[in-house]
Design a protein around this ligand. Sequence first.
Ligand SMILES: Cc1ncc(COP(=O)(O)O)c(C=O)c1O
Length: 367
Amino acid sequence: MSGTISLFEAYNRTAYPLVGHGKRNIQVLKDVLSELDGKMESDVYGSGELIEDFQNKIAKFLGKEAAVFFPSGTMAQQIAMRIWSEKKGIKRVAYHPLCHLEIHEEEGLKHLHGIESLLLADKTRLIQLEDVLNMDTNISCLLLELPQREIGGELPSYEELEAISAFCREKGIILHLDGARLLEVLPYYEKSAEQICSLFDSVYISFYKGIGGIAGAILAGHEAFVKESVIWKRRHGGDLISLYPYVLSADHFFMQRQDRFQQYYEGAKELAGLYNDCQGTTTRPVVPVSNMFHIHFSLPKAKLEPVLVAVYEETGVGFITRLNHIDDETSYCEVNIGDQFASIPKEVIHQAFHVLNQKLQEALQEK
Ligand SMILES: Cc1ncc(COP(=O)(O)O)c(C=O)c1O
């Protein structure tokens, strides 16, 4: 059967999928709702206990005065950039060239808000203190993403973050955190969310990545900032009459998984080590600093996919769901560790890696 089905299909058929929490099917919502009293009042246009209690809980967790729930991080962050640009009277913000706003939002910042971007560093590395010290400071806001997803989830040191934060405060530049994966980086920093967020003026976190909810985001900061963001949420049509399926799933999985991120981080380090022992395979970072990393293969996508499908079918272990083309010689993918990894017997994983390594060696020899 190898080669006739897609990598994603083959992965979904395995008994031991290594990454994530499980399938993104509607059972996720059914599990959440099955525990709740059907008489619970829905939220209505951003009001009501259900949404307000959750916003307050997350504001407290992040150590911020207030927080507002958004259907998406895309909406939340563009709005944050808009508010800070108006406050400072400068329609320019700085961020990494592989920032979500730059590469995944169809230039929403420019088309919807007339805000320009100043790109710091380059696509191959993190923004460093030196980039910030030497940047054109005619910007309203600097956005940092922790971890920097598109380069494997790398992170600056905490000391570097502190220095960047101090510089921005001295220069009157707003510092915003794209913390889509904030919980994922806390074990590496050995800090609380509140400690990390204290370095930033505003923060966004996602509820469908490591937390594993359906969708949704929180934007947090000072009371006045959050008040304004509520107005912008309405202007954007993000103030749905009811957001409870998202809020309830966000709350449910936040409570269920908030203390598991150390486990995911340890799992990522273990799994990356196994990949790095395979031929023609390296991870970025070599030692992960969160629950995620990238795997770079010295084989092109078209050659590697059938090899992986064959390994999944032989071992029952699913390694990755998607492979990205780089060039005729190489390919890469992203890996995120969730609940599944720890539930798989170690001997099953080690045996599967043995098979993977063998098949990679054969494919590399044929190259
Ligand atoms: C780093 C980062 N920021 C922002 C977003 C946007 O989140 P949403 O999909 O909720 O719009 C994502 C989504 O993948 C992300 O990875």
